[in-house]
Design a binder for this molecule. Sequence first.
Ligand code: SAM
Ligand code: SF4
Length: 329
Amino acid sequence: MTHFEPALRDRHGRRFSYLRLSITDVCNFRCNYCLPDGYQKTAGPEPLQLAEIEQVIGSFARLGTRKIRITGGEPSVRRDVTDVIRVAANTPGIEQVAITTNGYKLAALVDDWAAAGLQQVNLSIDSLDAQRFEDITGYKHLDRILAGLDRALELGLKVKVNAVLLKGFQQNELGEFLDWVKHKPVAVRFIELMQTGDQPVFFSENHVRAEAIRQQLIDSGWSEKARGLHDGPAQEFEHPQYAGRIGLIAPYSKDFCSSCNRLRISSMGKLHLCLFGDQGHDLRPLLQSQNDGSQLDQALLSLLGMKTETHYLHDGDTGATRHFAMLGG
Ligand code: SAM
Ligand code: SF4
């Protein structure tokens, strides 16, 4: 990624070159920390259409966004997901296109995605044990998801795996993940569970701090990589005898928000300045008007002035986020 100063910057000196774009809030899994009862349809507008997505990406790219992550809900439930990837990859200024997926269609679609310009897949795998994977996600076919991962690696895509830290993780999952990355060239990122509006009890029963894992990694010879100027909030660890890397995402740690470099657009076309912010700022009226995009550019620049310095999760304030499927994490 070239080093330059994006026009999108906030009052706290942070610059934004990374957009997380949700293209649907529908999901076919029922992860116990996200949608334990599965996706529930509610009345409301349809998700952004491809032409609207193109306008959003174009505007962010003009303002210096260089990386787009396509997320959801589960982005692969949208039939035109490959077209969305292609539009993002073909937008002048966009240098990296990534997707976050639960992987259930990965093996079937990843060849098309790579041909459309995808460079990185973030795959959510909370356990490498088939039964525990099913207990967490409500979905059986871990094998199919791992086959998709191998195909993505064969195609030369960069692969990251997201695993949410739940109670018992250190005893049950950690060892298996560490053994696995010994020979798999993937970055596994352990994400501390974040409280969401729908799940206060689940959170209090399952939240474990990433700090305990950090200490265990350091004690077993992993070393923390220096963080680059434009890196996001993950702390990355490497080990000379391991092909893969480990990352820790610790949203409750001090200074987590100071390295924030991302903005979010919901599938309904709302700008979210923080994952745990307010209801979002509706951009759709600007997308529907026939103009050259300059109004949208101006709106984005001025809305960024409202971005707060930090989230208020420490106070149990989850903002308007009921669950991550609303916004894509
Ligand atoms: N469905 C896709 C998937 O699971 O990869 C994309 C959307 S999902 C909301 C994005 C990421 O958010 C996943 O890695 C998921 O594990 C994570 N996530 C969901 N709820 C979370 C929570 N309460 N705390 C931390 N991570 C969460
Ligand atoms: Fe679906 Fe992803 Fe939420 Fe799991 S974490 S329920 S796969 S949106």
